[in-house]
Design a protein around this ligand. Structure first.
Ligand code: ATP
Ligand code: MG
Length: 261
């Protein structure tokens, strides 16, 4: 039943804008500055995916590529305990839920490459219902290949990840940090959104270091881009690119129970 389309984030306005939540079978990118809440959202989504369906979950496993060792099982369990006490107050259940999230920590792009084939098999065999890559830019930043060769390697990875999403039909969530919150520092960038009534051009700020790191191929491989940002002390999550939603922004908070609107 969950193959039908979207995975609710629990952030109601956002889910409505995305006609149900994070889409299955394609890449969703979370972009924002350090500390804004990208990993917090990934933790929440991972937790949700692991939950039984009667709690709004996908009742499945999650593969979490934790490039910068920012995954925290302690935080995951805290969010679980606060949001779903019925489940997480029972130690065995809490352990089972946490155990469904398989955390991989590749130390290089080549190590990640080696695990990709294995990931592909796991996606089919282990009832994996979501793939998280936190973060993509961090994964490739350690590579020192230059020019064309680097672009080719990257293109291969991008296509492979995209095809993983397509054939397994699960949501693939990828984060990317943008360097600064100073808008003057970020280059203006424009994305086209195809709508039934024509093409909508959405100018967004997409940090130039991200384009330099991942190339334009990456920007186009992403189907839905959510930009997290803060303005006058309030955090917002903005639909910056989507085939179905106009560019809407929703305020959110991070508390001990995780991300909420
Ligand atoms: P980076 O790009 O550096 O990885 P990020 O966007 O992934 O940053 P997160 O780690 O998701 O950022 O968010 C960190 C923020 O989450 C902290 O600044 C803090 O405000 C909030 N946070 C983390 N844990 C808690 C908690 N237990 N209670 C309340 N807020 C928390
Ligand atoms: Mg993070």
């Amino acid at each position: 039943e969950h193959l039908r389309g979207h995975f609710p984030t629990g952030l109601k306005g956002l889910d409505a804008a995305l006609s149900g939540g994070i889409p299955f079978g394609v890449l969703t990118e979370l972009v924002g500055p350090a500390g804004i809440g990208k990993t917090q959202l990934c933790l929440k989504l991972s937790l949700l995916a692991s939950l039984p369906t009667n709690f709004g979950g996908l009742d499945g496993r999650v593969i979490y590529i934790d490039v910068e060792s920012k995954f925290s099982s302690r935080r995951l369990l805290e969010i679980g305990l606060r949001s779903f006490p019925e489940i997480f107050q029972m130690k065995a259940m809490a352990q089972e839920m946490a155990g469904r999230i398989l955390v991989l920590r590749p130390t290089s792009l080549s190590e990640f490459t080696q695990s990709l084939e294995q990931i592909k098999v796991s996606l089919l065999q282990n009832q994996v219902k979501m793939l998280v890559i936190d973060s993509m830019a961090a994964l490739v930043s350690g590579e020192h290949e230059q020019g064309n060769c680097r672009q080719q390697t990257l293109s291969w990875h991008i296509s492979f990840i995209k095809s993983l999403a397509e054939f397994s039909r699960i949501p693939v969530v990828v984060t990317n940090q943008v360097r600064s919150h100073n808008h003057d520092d970020a280059s203006r960038y424009s994305f086209q959104v195809q709508r039934r009534d024509g093409t909508l051009e959405i100018p967004i700020r997409y940090d130039s270091h991200l384009i330099a790191a991942l190339g334009i191929h990456w920007a186009h491989a992403v189907t839905t881009r959510l930009v997290l940002e803060a303005k006058s002390g309030q955090r917002f999550i903005k639909v910056a690119k989507s085939p179905i939603s106009p560019p809407l922004a929703f305020p959110f908070h991070i508390t001990s129970s995780g991300i909420s609107l």
